[in-house]
Design a protein around this ligand. Structure first.
Ligand code: ZN
Length: 397
C-alpha cells in the first residue's frame, strides 16, 4: 500500500530561489497545457492528447519564449503535465458518473498567488537522501530535513510544497507492507457530533483537544486583528502573514489530533464504521456539518488507510434516512425532531435516545447489515481489509 510521509524542510535562501523557479516553471507548463486544451475545445478541435501535450512541451523548450524551462529538472515539468492529465481524468470520470462522490470541477489555471505551491520529483529525477540526511534534488541542491519519524522504505516520489505560511515540506510516497495488529473483539461506529468532533456508538463523545481549541482561538484573534488594519498598509501585510501562520498551526494541530484519534480507534477495534459524507451531504443539511466537513474526510481517510495497514476492517456507510427519525434500538420511525431536541424517548420501544449516540448506533447497524447479508448500503471497493472476518457490530442485533 502507498503511504505519504511528510517532513519539514529548511532550504537555504539560494535553494528557496531555485524552488521558486521550479514552482514557476511547473505552473507555466500546467497552464500552457490547460490553455492548449481549452483553445482546442473553443475551436471545436479534438481533445489534445497527453502525448501531444508532452511533444508540445519539448518543442516549447526550444523556443526563446520558453527556453528558461530548461533551468529546472525535466521531470518536474513532466509531473506538472501528469497533474493536469490526472485532473482531466478525474473531471471526465465525475462527468460520466464513473467516479463517485462530490462533483469534480474542471482543471483551473494555477496562480502564483495560490496558497500552495508544489513540484514533484519521481525516482527517475534522481532525487536522493544523502548520507548526511539531506534531501538532494536535481538543479536545487541538498536541503536540510527535519526527520520527525523514520521513513520505512525507499520513496518512489517526493513532492516539495510551500504553504501559505512560507513553510516548506517534503511529502514522500512510500510503498509499505501491511503490518497486521493482533485481533481484538470490539467494533465501533463513529458519527459526527453537533457539539463534539465525534460520537462513538458505545456512547463516548470526543471533543476537540485543548491544543486544537487553543490554536483555533489564536487564529480568531489574528483574524480580528487583521480586519482592523488599513488596506495596503505595512501592518496589514504583517497581520496577513500572522493569519496564514495561525491557519497553518490550526491545520497542524487538527492533523495531529486526527492521527492520534484514528490510530487509537483502529488499534482498539477490529472493525470501525463511519458514515459516508458524500451521501450525508445529500441526505441532510446541518449547519455544523459543513464546518466539520474538511476535517471529517481527512479523518476518515486516515481511518481507512490505518485499518488497511493494521489488518482491521473499515466500513463507509451510506445512509439515506435522517438518523434522528429512526430509533437505533427497535428501528421505529417516529418523525423529524427539531435540532434543539438532544434526547427523546422512543414511542415504540420506550428506549431513551441521545441524538448523537443514536446516530452513531445507526451507522453501526447499517455496517452490521452489510456484514451479515445485504450490503446494499455499503459501497463495495471502499472496504479494504478482511471484510468477511468482521464480527457483528454493536446495535446490529
Ligand atoms: Zn425504539
Amino acid at each position: 500500500m502507498r503511504l505519504q510521509y511528510k517532513y519539514r524542510l529548511y532550504p537555504t535562501l539560494g535553494q528557496q530561489a531555485a524552488l521558486a523557479r521550479a514552482f514557476g516553471c511547473a505552473r507555466v507548463v500546467f497552464n500552457d497545457g490547460l490553455h492548449a486544451r481549452l483553445e482546442a475545445l473553443a475551436a471545436g478541435l479534438p481533445y489534445v492528447t497527453d502525448g501531444e501535450l508532452s511533444a508540445r512541451l519539448t518543442a516549447a523548450k526550444g523556443t526563446p519564449e520558453r527556453a528558461w524551462l530548461g533551468e529546472v529538472s525535466a521531470v518536474v515539468l513532466q509531473q506538472a503535465l501528469a497533474d493536469l492529465n490526472a485532473a482531466y481524468r478525474n473531471f471526465f470520470a465525475s462527468l460520466t458518473g464513473r467516479r463517485k462522490g462530490p462533483k469534480v470541477s474542471p482543471p483551473r489555471y494555477r496562480s502564483r498567488k495560490d496558497t500552495r505551491q508544489a513540484v514533484r520529483f519521481t525516482r527517475n529525477a534522481r532525487f536522493s537522501i544523502t548520507p548526511g540526511g539531506k534531501l538532494r534534488l536535481p538543479k536545487i541542491g541538498d536541503i536540510s530535513v527535519c526527520w520527525s519519524r523514520n521513513l520505512p522504505s525507499v520513496p518512489s516520489s517526493v513532492t516539495v510544497v510551500k504553504d501559505s505560511a512560507g513553510r516548506y515540506f517534503a511529502s514522500f510516497v512510500v510503498q509499505t507492507q501491511p503490518d497486521p495488529l493482533p485481533k481484538t473483539e470490539p467494533a465501533i461506529a463513529i458519527d459526527l457530533g453537533l457539539t463534539h468532533f465525534a460520537v462513538l456508538s458505545d456512547g463516548r463523545k470526543i471533543a476537540s483537544p485543548r491544543f486544537l481549541r487553543r490554536a483555533e482561538k489564536e487564529l480568531k484573534r489574528a483574524q480580528r486583528n487583521l480586519s482592523r488594519k488599513q488596506d495596503g498598509s505595512k501592518n496589514r501585510a504583517k497581520a496577513t502573514l500572522k493569519v496564514a501562520r495561525a491557519h497553518a498551526r490550526v491545520a497542524d494541530a487538527r492533523r495531529e489530533f486526527h492521527h492520534q484519534l484514528s490510530t487509537k480507534l483502529i488499534r482498539d477495534n477490529q472493525a470501525v464504521a463511519v458514515e459516508d459524507l458524500a451521501v450525508t451531504a445529500l441526505a441532510r443539511t446541518r449547519l455544523a456539518r459543513s464546518v466539520h466537513d474538511a476535517g471529517w474526510s481527512a479523518f476518515t481517510a486516515m481511518l481507512e488507510y490505518k485499518a488497511q495497514r493494521y489488518g482491521h476492517s473499515f466500513y463507509r456507510i451510506g445512509r439515506f434516512e435522517p438518523t434522528s427519525q429512526v430509533c437505533s434500538a427497535c428501528g421505529a420511525h417516529d418523525g423529524p425532531k427539531p435540532l434543539h431536541v438532544r434526547a427523546w424517548r422512543c414511542r415504540a420501544c420506550g428506549a431513551w435516545l441521545d441524538r448523537d449516540i443514536n446516530a452513531a448506533v445507526n451507522v453501526a447497524r447499517a455496517a452490521g447489515l452489510a456484514v451479515s447479508a445485504c450490503g446494499a448500503q455499503v459501497r463495495p471497493g471502499l472496504v479494504p481489509a478482511q471484510r468477511g472476518e468482521a464480527g457483528t457490530l454493536p446495535g446490529a442485533a
